[in-house]
Design a protein around this ligand. Structure first.
Ligand SMILES: NC(=O)c1ccc[n+]([C@@H]2O[C@H](COP(=O)([O-])OP(=O)(O)OC[C@H]3O[C@@H](n4cnc5c(N)ncnc54)[C@H](O)[C@@H]3O)[C@@H](O)[C@H]2O)c1
Length: 326
């Protein structure tokens, strides 16, 4: 299949794109390259790969990127509350505003399949004694999640694209060529290896996690699925749910140097446990990597010195020099 991946040069995209290429797909990435293009360099010589610099908000860029494509995975976005707070207008224009352009341009281009990548953050605070499924009320408590909820609604209502699917991913963990250490598991692994103590806030809060390679495979799986099973449907994609205390217990087993303290302050109000059963039962795909695997992989990479500077501020969704004016 010929697939456009928007935001493909980002943390998740840098694992998704090589996975799709390895499955025999042709892949074009449309990316504003807000965090650079280094992660794409090993792919540039690969047959079937193309990188287009451009903005998902611009009609011309989007139309050009869609030419000749059959499917789209929409990853482009300003990700997480901290990055969105850098410039809320800019973030809204991408996380919500650009979706109208995406849907209109993809409909015009005759795209058959669209996978819209969303987040379990949309659940916000949920009843912690049970895992929320896709029919649970959404309770977004950040601009990031509010924009995703609105965008999801527009995607599910579009008429011009035959097969549209929304994937709500858990918090991603694991290695990527565009590495992010502002994600809990990755950060804990780095801090353990560097021998620095970490503070765990809201220790009882539940959070769903997903290994980055499972995220990549899940997206590939949806693109190949029987359209009748996936169209106009929302799926949570989750590997494991953990309270931060149980995450810490795993981390202590896997990362012997970890020093962590529980801090009874609650700066992050999100608290939700998420069921990924619909995805498993509908598609027969079960995430197979554990959070412990991600801890090990990231810790090994830091320990072996694979990152020139694991503390580099660019290993984050928050841009080093702010976002561009437009
Ligand atoms: N990382 C996670 O834990 C997580 C969890 C759930 C969902 N997601 C979703 O996965 C997607 C990717 O997240 P990520 O962690 O890879 O983030 P990231 O910040 O590493 O990557 C985002 C990419 O989008 C690009 N981009 C941003 N605005 C653009 C624009 N206007 N035009 C073109 N490209 C643009 C950036 O340049 C970057 O390459 C997002 O949609 C996010 O909501 C991520």
């Amino acid at each position: 299949m010929k697939i456009l991946v928007t935001g493909g040069a980002g943390y998740v995209g840098s694992r998704v794109v090589p996975h799709l290429l390895s499955q025999g797909h042709r892949v074009r990435v449309l990316d504003r390259l807000l965090y650079g293009a280094e992660a794409m360099l090993p792919l540039t010589a690969m047959p079937g790969f193309e990188l287009q610099f451009g903005d998902v908000r611009e009609q011309d860029s989007m139309r050009r990127a869609l030419q000749g494509m059959e499917g789209v995975i929409h990853l482009a976005g300003i990700v997480g509350e901290a990055a969105c707070n850098v410039n809320t207008e800019f973030s809204w224009s991408i996380n919500h505003g650009a979706v109208a352009n995406l849907l209109e341009s993809a409909s015009e281009a005759g795209i058959g399949r669209l996978v819209f990548v969303s987040t379990c953050s949309n659940y916000g605070v949920a009843e912690p004694n049970s895992a929320v499924d896709e029919d649970a009320p959404l309770n977004p408590i950040s601009d990031y999640a509010r924009a995703k909820v609105l965008a999801e609604g527009e995607v599910l209502r579009v008429n011009g694209i035959p097969t549209v699917t929304v994937l709500r991913l858990g918090t991603i963990c694991g290695l990527s060529a565009r590495m992010r250490f502002d994600l809990l598991v990755n950060e804990m692994a780095r801090e353990a290896v560097l021998g620095r103590p970490i503070d765990i806030f809201a220790p009882e809060a539940w959070r769903p996690f997903l290994h980055i390679d499972d995220a990549a495979e899940a997206m590939g799986h949806v693109l190949q699925a029987d359209p009748a099973l996936v169209t106009r449907r929302v799926f949570n994609v989750v590997g494991e749910n953990h309270q931060k205390t149980s995450l810490l217990a795993i981390a202590r087993e896997v990362l012997p140097g970890l020093q962590a303290s529980i801090v009874q302050r609650k700066p992050d109000l999100r608290d939700y446990r998420v069921s990924g059963k619909r995805f498993v039962s509908t598609l027969g795909f079960r995430p197979s990597r554990a959070v412990a695997d991600a801890f090990r992989e990231v810790a090994k990479a830091v320990k072996c010195g694979y990152f020139r500077d694991p503390d580099w501020a660019g290993h984050s969704a928050v841009p080093i020099d702010g976002f561009p004016a437009q």
